[in-house]
Design a protein around this ligand. Structure first.
Ligand code: 8YV
Length: 320
């Protein structure tokens, strides 16, 4: 009997066909009030799970006694309770590397959009408010030749550093759990303490994974250390930042602006104070969301689930 894989997201048919060569596939294109009951039923006999965003916690795992592997279609795996997975001997995988360039492109998009106020200017033109040659009120700030501080110099951080170094002649500071010699040698990135990075950077770009150690790592104290002209960019997870402190820092002029792809609650609540601020550029968590990259991520997750259920070591096995 073929092992059973639940794919709980919409993926390209080629991805499903690939898994179907060796597994039975049950596909839920979305999980919502309508599909959850059937999803929970199927969990009981499922061996593999593939998708993103779902909380893989004790309650869910209790419903899945036959589960052998959980495959995220994302590089981040903060949705998973690793202790519970380890205790049950369930493997877990993610999709690193294939999204590095795409997320780095997005982050540069947000940096430029925030610094040059692109969404605000777009609205101004479309609203018919472009009445005369623009005055200082509409000026932005330069990105090129400024100092970029990258917190979290993994694959995505390095791809951001590459763009900053070769494309924008930026000085790069970084803070990471360990030194990244490749980034130091190739992009002239300088390793420094978090506080030094916050004090010296014109752009602070947060790219660290969400873990108990990084939760709310940027809060009141950290915004206080940043330059008043600093632009804060978050491409990691909303919970790495104290959102209330961010609102306060933006309101009081502790920092100049923010570009955010992630929020504590996603989708962000429509009445969230950040959404009314002119000096905030927002995106709906679309760092890796291109056709090409989302296909690669889904296919990589499929490769992991197939390997894991065929008794091989999945290429992106997360070490607990
Ligand atoms: C999306 C991401 O969350 O890979 C990650 O960790 O944050 C993004 O790529 C994810 O892929 C949503 O499907």
């Amino acid at each position: 009997m073929k092992p059973k894989v639940i794919v709980y997201k919409k993926v390209d048919s080629k991805v499903l066909e690939f898994i179907e060569q060796t597994c039975e596939v049950i596909n839920f294109e979305t999980l919502d009030a309508k599909t959850y009951p059937k999803f929970y039923d199927e969990l009981e006999t499922a061996h593999g799970l593939l998708g993103s965003g779902l909380k893989i916690n004790k309650e869910l795992l209790d419903l899945a006694p036959n589960l052998k592997i959980v495959c995220n279609t994302s590089v981040g795996y903060d949705n998973m309770n690793l202790e519970e997975l380890a205790a049950r001997g369930i493997m877990a995988t993610n999709t690193p590397d294939v999204l590095n360039d795409t997320v780095a492109d997005t982050m540069f998009g947000i940096i430029l959009a925030t610094a040059r106020r692109i969404p605000e200017m777009d609205q101004l033109v479309k609203n018919g408010q472009w009445k005369s040659m623009i005055s200082e009120d509409f000026y932005g700030v330069d990105v090129h030749h400024k100092t970029l501080g990258i917190i979290g110099m993994g694959g995505v951080g390095s791809a951001i550093a590459k763009r900053a170094h070769y494309g924008f002649d930026m000085k790069i500071l970084y803070h990471n759990r360990s030194r990244n010699e490749e980034a130091e040698n190739n992009y002239d990135a300088t390793f420094c303490s978090l506080d030094e990075l916050l004090q010296q950077s014109d752009y602070v770009c947060l790219m660290t994974p969400l873990t108990p150690a990084t939760e709310k790592m940027i809060g009141k104290r950290e915004f206080g250390l940043m330059k008043k002209s600093a632009i804060f960019i978050n491409g990691s997870r909303g919970k790495t930042v104290d959102e209330e402190a961010l609102v306060e820092a933006l309101k009081t002029g502790e920092i100049l602006a923010a570009g955010l792809d992630v929020f504590v609650q996603e989708p962000v609540q429509p009445d969230h104070p950040l959404l009314t601020m002119k000096n905030v550029v927002t995106m709906p968590h679309i760092g890796s969301a291109t056709y090409e990259t989302r296909y690669k991520m889904a296919m990589l997750a499929a490769t992991n689930v197939v390997a894991g259920l065929n008794g091989e070591t999945p290429p992106n096995l997360i070490k607990f």
